[in-house]
Design a protein. Sequence first.
Length: 503
Amino acid sequence: MPILLVTARNAEKSVNACVKGLGVPARIHVCDADVAALLSLEKIAAELSGADLRDVSEIIIPGTIAGDASVISEKTGKPCFKGPRHIADLPAALRAVSEKRASLSCLLPADEMLGSEISAEMARELLLVRERPAKYSMKIGKKKPVYLGAGISSVIAEINGAPGLKERDLLDKAAYYVSSGADIVDIGMVSDEDNSKKIGGMVDSIRSRLDVPLSVDTLNEKELLAAADAGVDLVLSVDLSNSAVLGSISVPAVVIPRGAKGDVPASPAAKISLLRKVLRAADMKKVILDPLLAPLNFGFSDSVDSYIQVRKAYPGTPMMMGAGNVTEMLDADSPGVNALLAGIASELGIDLLFTTEGSVKTRGCVRELSTASKMMYLSKKRNQAPKDLGLDLLVLKDKRMKAPPPDELKGVKSVRARAAKPCILEDAEFRIYVYGDIAVICYKADRPFLKFSGRSARDLYSAIIGRGLLKDPSHAAYLGRELSKAEIALSLGKDYVQDEDLF
């Protein structure tokens, strides 16, 4: 017997998309309201009381509706439970219920009851899209290949100045990118240098440690050919100055609208015209187009239009967007910027997002773009705005405020905090630094005698207290405050200076 899903008019299409293909028998009842927030238990009960529910096994209402859903059960004679608060969580809830792995509640939303189930469902969904899809436009790599045209943007992470790095640093950077969510690791070469003889060694070194597609980023013709000979999975970039290599390599290549003298036209039409010149010698089955994203106030809007026009001109050809061109040239926190760029890429069907972490302010960009790409994929698949998906890039802000203080605090005497009294001088002085970990250096008479290191403020102050290095409560409170600031700075990638505000 089918489950009856109750929703409002604006959500009907999204609920249908969630149920489609699940294999769970379900029927949808659309209430006389535009949004679920306008529904109440009484309104739903009144609508369903006259409906034919003989073939329905149970009723599931939106989890946002307040009150006890058993009110509807009493009116209809059918069990009624609360579904999840967000439509994105509906497939996991329906699957868990139909397979008898969980039960729903009349009082609590399904996402509160099925937290682990919902997380697992989302992970399965994202894993499936990375496996070989039924339809795709290009395959990059052999081990753990990336499939373009499958509906999700993949992330290329560039190792800047790779030829100048020691092997250990090169490997550590590549491993860090993969752990951050990079789908392809790019070996970034150095402009105006010929390091073609180093490419084979770098490729072999990374391949000995990681099973991930590799690319090489250079405009040097010798380096492009050396990269192809070394067995990389992708080369970038090919322009009018080096387009002759297209006839000599068999791997996919990124093609950009750049003239023989390094000139890049501003208008979309001129870019398309130049791309066509470069593509004369190309096998269109092996090219990826990148119209080149410009920084803000330096042609950004026109460059976005270029992606739109190139997508129209070459509807079936894979495309790449260099998100790092914007994040590196903008003094703003990168999570929201990367989310917006991934959204543009999703709307235009852009297959690859290219970025790097070449400066302190762009640390974390690979993880951010990877998360944003997944958000946009889920958003498009579920026909839902990129919110309430179970993934987010909220770092300094929250979606909701926590509950207010409990009622029992009303009437309790309040003491207003005043300026702190000076600490009693102790034998030990502490200086705190953040570089990779939190380091606490203990001094006596201006001479260091002990060092504590770690990533947790609690672990650090517990170790310091355990050694009897603190006697004054005010000093202990000060140390706890500073260590908490250091932990926040570490997690956000911010600079920490003792006794200075983080924000």
